[in-house]
Structures are given as structure tokens and as C-alpha cells.
Design a protein around this ligand. Structure first.
Ligand code: UTP
Length: 412
């Protein structure tokens, strides 16, 4: 059976016949692309996710506080001991970094991969250049080239590589940088029909930062790390110019505590801040979203006046390679977001939703924590860890990130 017939059978089986309705009108290469998309799509999974769309999220989970260590309260002696252990691991080439750069950055609205966004500081630098500079600094300090893996998406992979090539990897050794593409998932309309792009292809997007583990396995990244003798992997975001990609204390702390993972937290700015916080869920490490906990819980304090659920998850986590293997290749649960979209409807008309009315599905990295028996939480200082570039303006925008970046590096 040829690909067209195979695709036709599939769309019929899953009541998605509209996907092939405009097939004849497509250019030859687009025809092939569409067929490939259909053959690659996991329709069973989509059906299942769609079935869950209107189900209430389980409220039966038992959410309890997780213990944490405040880095600023460690003694000089402890800090030195952890720093030394972390440094040893780096010097022994046991440390690698993964940057999650596959997001669409829709809120920022930057034309291009988010890492190419230029921070207007003096001298101006893109986020990617800022990270390269950090890695070069570490290279100088320890005489070690840390392997750097970047997760991209189908959408931004070429543009990301092109940017690095054009800038000669900002003089970081090119052979130490590896790109890998995360999986994607189609968007659905309210009736569970897969959306088509304006060109008549399946409209899909990256499957969330939780796609990191399967992408690392499926692209041979874990294997590559093991071959190189990597034991510790920092997985962090692309949209934080002061992200501590190399925190010796964090690495040494993980080694000393003999845990498989450490999550970096910063304390919540206030009880109502809209962030997810580390917790235990049914006894296992997790993150509880602000929408999931009551006002009382979010305001609860301990005997020292500290918020009981106050350790914000900032997407900066350290994993032992064994933890990554334990988490494995299985897909994490999908969460739905309702978004506006521009798409081709079943009559071939291009429609832009006026109100959010399309489903986008994403997995979250912190849903992997539950697969680990335990993890340590290390609290850092907001001003030393977190300058997010999320929105075009206002909170967590380039303007706020620049101010934080300048304060951190003490520049005018
Ligand atoms: P966000 O959750 O803030 O998403 O990403 P985003 O896609 O960058 O921005 P919006 O929501 O569309 O405005 C947090 C981190 O996770 C990465 C992002 O690149 C960022 O480093 N990410 C997110 C991925 O790598 N893949 C994804 O599918 C989603």
C-alpha cells in the first residue's frame, strides 16, 4: 500500500478525514510532508488526550511540603566542601548541560528562536551568546570543555543552528555543542479535530519541556553522555540570562547528599505569586501549580515565618544520569492549554480565532520528579538565579530581565 492509501485509512479510522480534503491542491513536496505527518502522528494518544480534556484534574492527590536547604544559610565550611566536590566532578569531565530551547516563546513574540533574542545591555548580547560566555569562563577556570546540548523544535532547529554557525559558536568549541529536536504534537479544535495550517499541513507544536527526556533518549543524547562518562546533567531554560548553568555548590550538594536529583528553588515573591512550587505529591517529589492549591495553603507559614509552599520551581534542575534513565523514555502526562490560532477550516477557509478556542497540549518537566523516590531542593537567591524573559512588556519582560542582569553583573 502506498503512503496515500495508508494515510487515508488512518484518517478514516480516526474520523479526521478533513486532513486529506485539500491534498490534491498541495504542491508535490507538501503532499509528501502531509502524508509523513499523518503516518507519524499517534492518533490513539491524541484520542486519549482529547477524552481527558474535559475531565476534572484529580484533586485527590495528597500535597505536602517538601524539605529544602537554603544555600544562603550554609556555613562557609559547608559551602567550601560542596564547592570542592562539585569542582572535582567538573574537572573529571562528569558534568554536562542541557538547555531547553524548543519553546515557541509566543508571549515574547520575538521573530526567531528565543535564544537569539538580544538583550540590550552594554555590550549587546543574545541569550545564546551570554550562555557561551559563561561556558567559556568555566573553560578558562577549570580547563574543561563542558558538553552543551540544546533541545530545539522542528520549527526552530534550523534557525538555531544557523545562528550558531553564523556566529562561529561565539568561540566555544563547536564539537562540544549538540542540537537535538524534541517531538511535536498536533493542535485540536474544540471538537477534537486536528487543525490544519494555512498551507494545509497538520498544525503542530513542540510537546512541552517535559518532552526533554524522550527527546534525549530518541536522539542518542543519553547514550552520548554515557559514552563520555557524564554523571551529572543540568537541565535549564533558554529564557533566563542569569541562569546558573554551572553551580558547583549544587553539584557537590547532590554528591554529598547521595541523591539522584536536586531542584533549584527561589522563594516565592509573595503568597499569591503565580508560580509552581516544589512539594510532595502522594509522598513523591513534585511541583504544585498555583491553580492547584488553596489560598490557605499558599499562605501557610512555618515556625520561622517561612511559606510552607514557598519554593518556586524555576526550571533549573540537576539530574544524575541514573535519574534520567529512571525517568526513561515514556511520555509524561499532557496538560491542555486553550489558545487562539490561525488555521484552515474544513471548508478551506483561513480562520483566526477571536477568543482562545483551540487545544494545545504540553508536557511539563516536573511531572518527571515523581518517578524519583526523592530529590533535594536547594534554595538560591532570586537576584542570583532568576531574570526571566517571558513577556513582551511588563512583568518578566526584557526590561525587567535587563535590570536584573545589570544588577547581577554590576554593569551600568
Ligand atoms: P515556557 O514554558 O515559558 O514556554 O518555557 P515558551 O514556549 O518559551 O513561551 P510561551 O509560553 O510560548 O510564551 C520554559 C522553557 O522551556 C522551554 C523554553 O524554550 C524555555 O526554555 N520549552 C518550552 C521547550 O524547550 N519546549 C517546549 O515545548 C516548551
Amino acid at each position: 500500500m502506498d503512503n496515500f492509501n495508508k494515510a487515508q485509512e488512518i484518517v478514516k479510522k480516526y474520523h479526521q478525514e478533513h486532513l486529506l480534503k485539500f491534498y490534491d491542491k498541495l504542491e508535490e513536496d507538501k503532499k509528501n510532508q502531509l502524508l509523513e505527518q499523518i503516518l507519524k502522528t499517534d492518533f490513539e494518544l491524541l484520542n486519549k488526550i482529547y477524552e481527558d480534556v474535559n475531565k476534572e484534574k484529580s484533586t485527590e492527590d495528597k500535597i505536602t511540603p517538601i524539605s529544602y536547604t537554603d544555600k544562603s544559610k550554609l556555613t562557609e565550611e559547608q559551602l567550601e566542601q560542596y564547592r570542592k566536590k562539585g569542582e572535582e566532578a567538573i574537572r573529571a569531565n562528569k558534568y554536562a548541560i542541557v538547555t531547553m530551547a524548543g519553546g515557541q516563546g509566543t508571549r515574547l513574540g520575538h521573530n526567531g528562536p528565543k535564544g537569539t533574542f538580544v538583550l540590550k545591555v552594554n555590550p549587546e548580547k543574545s541569550l545564546f551568546e551570554i550562555f557561551c560566555d559563561k561556558l567559556k569562563e568555566v573553560k578558562e577556570k577549570y580547563n574543561v570543555v563542558i558538553p552543551w546540548y540544546l533541545m530545539t523544535s522542528t520549527e526552530n532547529n534550523d534557525a538555531t543552528i544557523e545562528f550558531f554557525e553564523k556566529n562561529n559558536y561565539f568561540d566555544y568549541p563547536k564539537e562540544a555543542v549538540k542540537f537535538f529536536i524534541q517531538d511535536e504534537i498536533p493542535m485540536l479544535d474544540k471538537n477534537g479535530k486536528i487543525l490544519l495550517t494555512e498551507e494545509g499541513l497538520i498544525k503542530q507544536g513542540p510537546n512541552g519541556h517535559g518532552g526533554i527526556f524522550e527527546a534525549m533518549f530518541n536522539n542518542g543524547i543519553v547514550e552520548d553522555m554515557k559514552k563520555r562518562g557524564i554523571e551529572w546533567v543540568f537541565i535549564g531554560p533558554v529564557d533566563n540570562p542569569i541562569v546558573q548553568m554551572v553551580d558547583e555548590v549544587m553539584i557537590g550538594y547532590a554528591i554529598d547528599k547521595k541523591v539522584l536529583a536536586v531542584g533549584k528553588s527561589i522563594v516565592k515573591a509573595n503568597p499569591s505569586e503565580k508560580v509552581g512550587v516544589f512539594c510532595k505529591r502522594n509522598g513523591r517529589p513534585s511541583v504544585v501549580e498555583y491553580t492547584e492549591i488553596s489560598k490557605e495553603m499558599s499562605e501557610e507559614t512555618d515556625e520561622n515565618g517561612e511559606l510552607v509552599f514557598g519554593e518556586s520551581h524555576i526550571n533549573c534542575n540537576l539530574f544524575n544520569i541514573k535519574a534520567i534513565e529512571k525517568i526513561g523514555v515514556d511520555k509524561l502526562p499532557y496538560h491542555k492549554a486553550i489558545k487562539k490560532a490561525t488555521y484552515m477550516d474544513e471548508n478551506g477557509k483561513i480562520v483566526t480565532s477571536q477568543e482562545p478556542d483551540c487545544y494545545k497540549f504540553e508536557t511539563f518537566i516536573f511531572d518527571s520528579f515523581g518517578k524519583l523516590d526523592n530529590m533535594e531542593i536547594l534554595r538560591g537567591k532570586r537576584e542570583e538565579e532568576f531574570a526571566p524573559v517571558k513577556n513582551k512588556e511588563g512583568v518578566d519582560s526584557p526590561e525587567t530581565a535587563i535590570a536584573l542582569y545589570k544588577a547581577y553583573y554590576n554593569i551600568k
